[in-house]
Design a protein around this ligand. Sequence first.
Ligand code: SF4
Length: 253
Amino acid sequence: MAIGKRVKLKAHEKVPGALAAAKPAGAPCRPKLGDAATVREIFRRFAAAIPNPRGELNYRNPFTLLVAVVLSAQATDAGVNKATAKLFAVADSPERMLALGEAKLAEAIKTIGLYRAKAKNIIALSERLIKDYGGEVPRTREELEQLPGVGRKTANVVLNTAFGQPVIAVDTHVFRVSNRVPIAPGKTPREVEAGLEKVVPDDYKLNAHHWLILHGRYVCKALRPDCGNCLINDLCRWPGKTVDLRKVATRHS
Ligand code: SF4
C-alpha cells in the first residue's frame, strides 16, 4: 500500500462516520472514538497476551532486515523467508550483495512478486549504503527514504525493529485494524500513522506496530474477522463485527 495514497475502503473495511449508528438497541454505551482509556486498555490486553511480539520476517542484521522488508511489498512474510533463507547465507551485507550481482539475486528471489524491480533496487541501495554510509544502514527516516525502493513504511519498520525507535509502520493490517476498532481512523496510511502517534501511550509505542499486525493477520482478518475469539471485541465499534455486543460486554469486566 503506497504511503500517502488515498485508500478506498472496501465493504469489509470500516467507515468511521457509520459508527454512531452502530450501537444495537440495548447494548452498553461504548467509549468515544480513540479515547485514551480505551486505547490504553486495548494495548494492555495485547501486551498481556503477547508480552514480546516479534515481526515474522527473518533477518540477521539491519541490512538483511532492510532487504527483507523491501522484498515483502505485495508478498507474504512466509514467501520472503523462504527465498531469503538461502540468499542471506551468501549475501548478508551490501558488499556481499554486490558481489552476488543483480542476475543471481533476481534468480534467488524469483518466487517473489515484482522480483526484477526489487533486485534492481536492492543492488542500487547496496551501492548507496557503501558509497554514502560506509556499508551501514542509516538510522534516520530521511536517510532511509532516500534509498532506492524504500518508502516510509519500510523506513519505519527498520527504525523500529533494527534500531528500537518507537515509530509505528502502517501496513495493510495496521491500517485495517486502526480503522475498524477504531483506534486511529484515517483515509491514508499517513493519517493513520499520525493518529496512532497521538493516541498510543508512550509505553506501548515500540511494540504497537507488531501487536496491530499480528491482530490484523490472525484475528481481525480482512474478509472474515474472527470476532468470536477477539480479545478486544467488547471495545470494538466496527459495525461489521460478527459478535453481538450484548453477549461479549461482560467478558473482560
Ligand atoms: S471484534 Fe472483530 S472487527 Fe473488532 S477488532 Fe475484533 S476481530 Fe476485528
